[in-house]
Design a protein around this ligand. Structure first.
Ligand code: ADP
Length: 163
């Protein structure tokens, strides 16, 4: 039984993240979306909000679970018995950082393999931060290509969508 951990801040979860989780769930017995509670960046959503959105967005993916964590990623991976770390690679910008992290994680937890999925074409330029920037400009129909309905509702509640 192979458990894969897909870690990130998911602030908020986007269709790009969901694409990676869905594809991972076809390869592994269990894919855990690990929502890191305290990343060193400015957050829009609380840990409970990020977890709730990710759970709602993945409720139709039976092999995907959502679990928050506060420890370092490799420790959490060991805790849930994950042997694979899943990451997504967009064409521009992700490679160096992902490579650095994979190397560090390899030193910290030999045997835990990082597997990167190439982002799908339609999500190459999609990021959680860009969504937060454009939400104020686009309506529900436009944004639905990039975020699940639960995220649109959450952005709306925070007053971050088009009035
Ligand atoms: P982090 O805080 O680690 O940057 P994110 O939630 O932003 O967490 O991203 C988690 C992972 O998902 C990273 O590997 C990131 O490269 C990947 N990712 C983010 N957006 C996309 C996307 N549009 N398509 C594919 N992978 C993505």
């Amino acid at each position: 039984m192979i458990t894969a951990l897909y870690p990130g801040s998911f602030d908020p979860i986007t269709n790009g993240h969901l694409d990676i989780a869905t594809r991972a769930s076809k390869l592994f017995d269990r894919t855990v979306i690990g929502v890191f509670a305290t990343p060193s960046k400015h957050l829009t959503f609380t840990i409970d909000e990020r977890v709730a959105m990710a759970k709602e967005a993945t409720k139709n993916l039976p092999k995907v679970e959502v679990i928050p964590y506060t420890s370092i990623t490799v420790e959490f991976a060991l805790e849930i018995k994950a042997t694979v770390l899943v990451r997504g690679l967009r064409m521009v910008g992700d490679f160096e950082w992902e490579f650095e992290m994979a190397m560090m994680n390899q030193l910290l937890a030999p045997g835990l393999e990082t597997i990167c999925f190439m982002a799908s074409q339609e999500y190459q330029f999609l990021s959680a931060s860009l969504i937060k920037e454009v939400a104020g400009l686009g309506g529900r129909a436009k944004l639905s290509k990039f975020i699940p309905p639960v995220v649109y509702e959450a952005l709306k509640k925070k007053g971050l969508t088009k009035k």
